[in-house]
Design a protein around this ligand. Structure first.
Ligand SMILES: [Zn+2]
Ligand SMILES: [Zn+2]
Length: 418
């Protein structure tokens, strides 16, 4: 037997309704804010990610990279923002409109050590807005995330906010930070020793106890922000205040990808333990330029669906399953199958899910099948029923049976739907 590779999973029908429900909610909230869906390819040229996500970041190092038959270097996408920015440039959207707002839903891939809420293929939903420099875009992006969580009834989170400055002021800070950390390099964990040179900011994010002791003493990014970045950040905080969104200022919050500038934020769910970020995002004003386009401000966020579902289930949130009525049509004898087709077609045309028996099985084994599938209604189509044009309807929950005249079917369907 061939099993699925490590770190990927099947989402079986028993669970898929949870994904569909989240995706429906996301589509409707994002669309209400004027965002349209985009679907970008699952793999891209590796170079795209090296220039956006960064080679030395976790996401950059964990990429699934391969050569195609012509020897071209390709990677499965570790995230979607780079692809969205690439699409923006490739389709010359910068020349068409000042602002572009899109959202996406899809699988991302990272070679991680698999654990709860962390898979090698995982799903993200996210929004990206390209072409708007206003701090109120940052506010809107955060509020879209906030409204999405409110819409799905999830309140167990804290919004953490920080500004990591622009290229100008953050490089000044990075130099100081590097200098400070080099003086304390003996106390850093092996991972951070590695990060020190190429991904210095990420050290601030380390959860290691010894590293935390050092991090608590490091110079704070906020002290290095230039005037423009400072003013931008003040407006973001003010804007969140206007619409009543509470947040915590976290001066040590950084994001794991290279392209972020200025505002960064995370929605953190304490109930999740170590892997507690359910939504992360921020501004990336340099990315479009980095990919060869004109200087273009942008911001966005992404939400990990698997992790969010773990949090929802832990908080015993109500995830509604499909409520469409479902009926099983039991047929007895080949001659009566024709009537079964006719009845099934009528139900389906009225929007009722219908499972039509196709086997030669006895009535009792057909009832068992319906029961296992959790189907509430069974309609029995046997020889006698076809002759009389009256069909037995069985409620599988109560065991009650009644007879329904073919002439009264429309009325019966209305009853099912109510
Ligand atoms: Zn700055
Ligand atoms: Zn560390």
């Amino acid at each position: 037997m061939i099993l699925s590779p490590r770190g990927v999973e099947d989402i079986l029908p028993e669970r898929i309704y949870q994904y569909q429900w989240l995706e429906r909610k996301a589509c409707s909230i994002f669309s209400l804010h004027g965002y349209d869906e985009i679907r970008t390819p699952t793999f891209e040229k590796t170079e795209l990610f090296l220039r956006s996500v960064g080679q030395e970041t976790d996401a950059g190092k964990q990429m699934y990279t391969f050569l195609d038959k012509k020897g071209r270097k390709l990677s499965l996408r570790p995230e979607a923002t780079a692809s969205v920015a690439r699409a923006y440039l490739e389709h010359k959207l910068d020349k068409q409109s000042a602002e572009w707002r899109v959202f996406y839903i899809g699988s991302m891939f990272r070679y991680e050590r698999p654990q709860a809420g962390r898979l090698r293929e995982f799903r993200q939903i996210g929004v990206e807005a390209i072409g708007q420099a206003s701090p109120y875009l940052d506010v809107e992006i955060i509020s879209i995330g906030f409204e999405f969580f409110r819409e799905i009834g999830f309140a167990d989170f804290d919004i953490q906010l920080n500004s990591i400055g622009c290229k100008k002021c953050s490089s000044l800070y990075k130099r100081e930070l590097k200098k400070y950390l080099k003086n304390h390099v003996g106390g850093l964990c092996p991972v951070c020793k590695n990060r020190l040179e190429y991904n210095t900011l990420r050290v601030l994010d380390c959860k290691n106890k010894e590293c935390r002791l050092i991090i608590e003493q490091v110079p704070v990014l906020g002290d290095y922000l230039c005037d423009d970045c400072q003013i931008h950040f003040e407006r973001v905080k003010m804007g969140l205040g206007y619409i009543g969104i509470q947040f915590s200022f976290n001066p040590r919050l950084v994001r794991g990808l290279d392209y972020y500038t200025r505002t960064v934020f995370e929605f953190v769910a304490p109930s999740l333990g170590a892997q507690d970020t359910i939504c992360g995002g921020g501004r990336y004003d340099d990315l479009v330029e980095e990919l060869g386009g004109p200087s273009t401000p942008a911001a966005g966020f992404s939400i990990g669906i698997e992790r969010l579902l773990i949090a929802l289930n832990k908080n015993r949130a109500e995830i509604p399953s499909a409520t469409t009525p479902f009926i099983y049509i039991a047929t007895l004898g080949e001659a009566n199958q024709t009537k079964g087709y006719q009845i099934a077609a009528l139900f389906r045309s009225q929007g009722i899910r219908t499972w039509l028996n196709l086997s030669e099985k006895s009535l009792s084994s057909q009832l068992k099948i319906a029961d296992k599938k959790g189907i509430k209604w069974v309609m029995i189509v046997g020889e006698r029923e076809v002759t009389e044009n009256r069909f037995i309807l069985r409620n599988m929950q109560t065991g009650n049976q009644e007879k329904i005249d073919w002439a009264d079917f429309k009325q019966f369907i209305r009853r099912l739907q109510s």
